[in-house]
Write a protein that binds this ligand. Sequence first.
Ligand SMILES: [Zn+2]
Length: 383
Amino acid sequence: MSSHFRILSVIALTLFTGISTVIAADTFTVVIDAGHGGKDPGAINGKKQEKDINLNVALETGRLIRQNCKDVIVIYTRDTDDFVELAKRADIANKAKADFFISIHTNSAKNSSANGAETYLLGAEENRTSANLSVATQENSAILLEKDYQTNYAGYDPKSPESQIIFEFMQNEYQKESLNMASLVQKELTGTAKRNDRGVHQAGFLVLWKSAMPSILIELGYISNQSDRDYMTSSKGVEELSKCIYQAFKAYLETTRSQKALIAQAQGGSNNTTTAGKGTSAKSSPSEKKKVQDDTPVFKIQFLTSDTKMSASNAKFKGLSGVESYKDGKLYKYTCEPTTNYDEARKNQAKVREKYKDAFIVAFKGGDRIDLQKAIQEAGKGR
Ligand SMILES: [Zn+2]
């Protein structure tokens, strides 16, 4: 706009340097999702309803975060007794570009002695049990109350256990972060709140599947078990459970921020270096690529996974350059746009995401997949 405006902005920034720097560099958005609500009570026992337990704990967790972490934005998918569709919950988080999604639920079983807390991240567990699958099926069945569930969830049918198969081929870019947070929450729930430890698990939860960020789903305890139920519906229980989630979140946030600082350092370094020996450009052109030694990390955009090998002329690859595949277990994973420059990889990712919204950056060294953060640090080191 006008230069006056710009000058004013500079003055404003100068005046509030402290505050604006903190917000710009460190804002973290967490979405807290109280499961069920409105016409969907979730699990019930007598007059006690899951939706109320979930909402109480969600609101108190959010309150603690807001009070103690001033630079964190807390968004609720619902803060009243309302029905919100699963896809809508994920949508709220995606639109807010949230950094983490926490879904809060309460378990139920036919056997009233079953008790304790467990925390889930999205995925298919290798040694999955029918119990974990049924938790996911139970939570996913909330979509039966939605109008267009068959079109909105890629044909997923909560009434059919085979539907879970779609999660077998799913990419989970955020597995590492989600697992970190899940472990922290579970540690708090079983330590601080002394809940029976049912462990950290993976299963196919639609609400996590639709959210494009690290995410977990917490089952606080069993509404079908008297002791769990009494605890979760008491104010002491709500306070303790919320405090556990808050403490875990705080620990997660600290780790994430120190890692981000490391990456920023590495990226800062990469701006002044070249990719291949004497090259003057930081970009990797095809001719330069030959010179890149095997120990230089290469960033590629992974956009597709398939259980069959696809032909190079497949229409799915149209418009993408440098498409390659690698085998991971039984699956073929497809990558494109290789580069040794991380900044460029991020641009490539944005481009590929126009077509494949879950595309993410992977790193290779000497043909092997390596840890992305390690690769960024290595790429950033002076060469
Ligand atoms: Zn639930």
